[in-house]
Design a binder for this molecule. Structure first.
Ligand SMILES: Cc1cc2nc3c(=O)[nH]c(=O)nc-3n(C[C@H](O)[C@H](O)[C@H](O)COP(=O)(O)OP(=O)(O)OC[C@H]3O[C@@H](n4cnc5c(N)ncnc54)[C@H](O)[C@@H]3O)c2cc1C
Length: 444
C-alpha cells in the first residue's frame, strides 16, 4: 500500500509562459521551485502524479551527513541548515527533528569502516564520533542487544516523507510558483538549439529553462531527448509500525535493520538485506559501470530476473508530443515491495527493544531508487542542450540533501554565487569518464 501524502491544492489554470519549468514534484523538484520562487523567478512545476508520491514520500526519512560520500558532505551540511528552518520556511510541519542518528557496529570490520570515514571527513569538523557500549546504552535505553560500538552524529535528524515535499510545494506556490499535478511533461521543445518550452499532457508551456528532477524516470525522459544518463532503478522496501510507546527517539541502523521514529509515534523499519536490483535491458548496457557498486552492496542487494525486464524491454523509448507517454501510464510508481522482509524487520526491531512490547505492522511499500554508477547525483546544466538543467540520480540518499540540492540548482540557474562547489555533480563526468577517478579518490 502506498503511503498517503499530505494534500497539495494544485493550480487549476494552465499557464502558457514562464521562465523555468521543473519536471517532477519530489523533494528535489519542489525545493528547486521554492528557491527559484524566493528569488522572484517565474517557475512552474509539473508533476505527473501527486507531490512526493514516489521516492520522496516513501523513504526512511533520514536527513544525515554521517556516512556520506565525502563529496556530498558540504551539500549535506547546507541541507541540514535548511532542514532546521524548514518548518519556518514552509509555515508547516515537515516532521524535522534533530534527534541524531547512530550506526550500530557488531564487529571490528564495521568499526574500521567508520574510522576510515571519520578520517576522510575530518576537514569538515563534524560532530560525528564513535561511541562505546556504555554511551549506546544511554542513547538507546532498553536496547537488549549489546554492540561493540556505534558511529553517532547528534546533529543529524529526520523528516516526515509524507509531509515534507507537499509542504515545500505549498510554500513555493505561496511565493508565486505554479504547481501542476496530474500533468506529465511529454517532451522539451527547442528553437535555435536551445530550450524554448515543454509539451505537457495538458498543453504547451513556453519557457527558457527546464529542470529535470524526474527521479526514477529521468533516464527514460533524458533518453527520449538523446541524452545518455547512466542510472539504474533499484527496489527498496519499508514498513511502518502502529504507534508504540517506549521506543528510541534516535534513528539507527545495524544488526540487519534500520529504524526511524515517525511523527505519528510509529516507526519506519526496513530490513537492510532486502534491496533488489532487477535485471533489465539497462543492466546489460550499464553492466561495467555498475559492477563495483553491485559488488560493494552485494550483502544488501539481491539480483532478480522477472517481469520488469520485459516491461522495460517493450516500453517505448521515444514518443510523439501528442501521444500518451509511459509517464502518464504510471501516474505513481508503486512497485511491489519484498513483503517477506517486513516480518523479519519487525522481529529484529522488537527483539532489540523488548520494552516496546508487541510491535504491529501497519503497512508496507516499495520504492524505486534512481542510482548513478558513482552514487552521487547530477546537479548540472548540459553544454549539449542549452537551457536544460539536470538534478537527479540521488542514489538512495536524496531526501536528506534534497532541500540543499534544490537551493544549489536555483542558485546555479539564477547565476548567483553557490554556497557549495557544484563541480562533483557535473553531468560531463559521465561524458569524459572522470567519474571513475573521482570515485576512486572519494573511496574509503
Ligand atoms: C525506501 C527508500 C528509502 C530511502 N531512504 C532515504 C533516507 O532515509 N534518506 C535519504 O536522504 N534518502 C532516502 N531515500 C532516497 C530518497 O527518497 C530519494 O533520493 C529522493 O526522494 C529523490 O527525490 P527526487 O525528487 O529526485 O525524486 P522523486 O521523489 O522520485 O520525484 C520525482 C518525481 O518526478 C515525477 N516525474 C517523473 N517524470 C515526470 C514527467 N515527465 N512529468 C512530470 N512528472 C514527472 C515523478 O512522478 C516523481 O514524483 C530512500 C528512497 C527509498 C525508495
Amino acid at each position: 500500500m502506498a503511503p498517503r501524502m499530505d494534500t497539495v491544492h494544485a493550480d487549476t489554470v494552465m499557464p502558457t509562459r514562464t521562465s523555468v519549468v521543473v519536471i517532477g514534484g519530489g523533494i528535489v523538484g519542489t525545493s528547486t521551485a521554492l528557491f527559484l520562487a524566493e528569488k522572484g523567478i517565474p517557475v512552474v512545476l509539473c508533476e505527473k502524479g501527486v507531490i512526493g508520491g514516489e521516492q520522496s514520500g516513501r523513504n526512511w526519512g533520514w536527513t544525515r551527513v554521517m556516512g556520506r560520500d565525502i563529496r556530498e558532505i558540504p551539500l549535506g551540511l547546507e541541507s541540514l541548515k535548511l532542514w532546521r528552518r524548514m518548518n519556518e520556511i514552509t509555515g508547516a510541519e515537515t516532521g524535522f527533528r534533530q534527534a541524531g542518528i547512530v550506526y550500530l557496529c557488531e564487529d571490528q570490520a564495521a568499526i574500521n569502516r567508520h574510522e576510515a570515514w571519520l578520517e576522510k571527513a575530518r576537514p569538515y569538523q563534524l560532530d560525528s564520533r564513535l561511541v562505546g557500549p556504555d554511551e549506546l546504552a544511554r542513547l538507546f535505553p532498553g536496547l537488549a542487544r549489546s554492540f561493540k560500538a556505534g558511529l553517532y552524529t547528534p546533529s543529524d535528524g529526520r523528516g516526515e516523507p509524507t509531509k515534507a515535499a507537499p509542504a515545500i510545494a505549498t510554500a513555493a506556490q505561496r511565493k508565486g510558483a505554479g504547481i501542476l499535478t496530474g500533468c506529465a511533461v511529454r517532451t522539451i521543445e527547442t528553437k535555435g538549439g536551445r530550450v524554448c518550452g515543454v509539451v505537457t499532457e495538458k498543453g504547451a508551456i513556453d519557457c527558457d529553462t527546464v529542470v529535470l528532477a524526474g527521479g526514477a524516470w529521468s533516464r527514460l525522459f533524458a533518453g527520449s531527448l538523446g541524452i545518455k544518463l547512466p542510472a539504474l532503478n533499484m527496489l527498496a522496501s519499508v514498513m511502518r509500525t502502529e504507534p508504540i510507546e517506549g521506543g528510541p527517539d534516535i534513528a539507527g541502523s545495524g544488526a540487519g535493520f534500520s529504524f526511524r521514529k515517525r511523527l505519528d509515534g510509529g516507526y519506519s523499519v526496513a530490513l537492510r538485506a532486502s534491496g533488489v536490483a532487477d535485471i533489465t535491458p539497462d543492466s546489460f548496457k550499464l553492466f561495467f559501470d555498475f559492477l563495483p557498486h553491485l559488488l560493494k552492496e552485494r550483502h544488501e542487494m539481491n539480483l532478480r530476473f522477472g517481469t520488469r525486464f520485459f516491461e522495460e524491454l517493450t516500453r517505448p523509448k521515444r514518443w510523439a508530443a501528442d501521444a500518451i507517454t509511459p509517464m502518464e501510464k504510471t501516474r505513481v510508481l508503486d512497485p511491489e515491495p519484498v513483503t517477506r522482509s517486513f516480518g523479519q524487520a519487525r522481529d529484529m526491531f522488537a527483539a532489540a527493544f523488548p520494552a516496546m512490547g508487541a510491535v504491529k505492522i501497519a503497512e508496507g511499500w516499495g520504492g524505486l531508487i534512481d542510482a548513478t554508477p558513482d552514487a552521487i547525483p547530477v546537479i548540472s546544466a548540459l553544454d549539449s542542450f542549452p537551457g536544460l538543467f539536470l538534478t537527479t540520480g540521488f542514489s538512495g540518499h536524496g531526501f536528506g540533501i534534497g532541500p540543499g540540492a534544490g537551493k544549489l540548482a536555483a542558485d546555479m540557474i539564477a547565476g548567483d554565487p553557490t554556497s557549495v562547489d557544484p563541480s562533483p555533480y557535473r553531468y560531463s563526468r559521465f561524458l569524459d569518464g572522470s567519474w571513475r577517478q573521482d570515485r576512486q579518490a572519494a573511496a574509503l
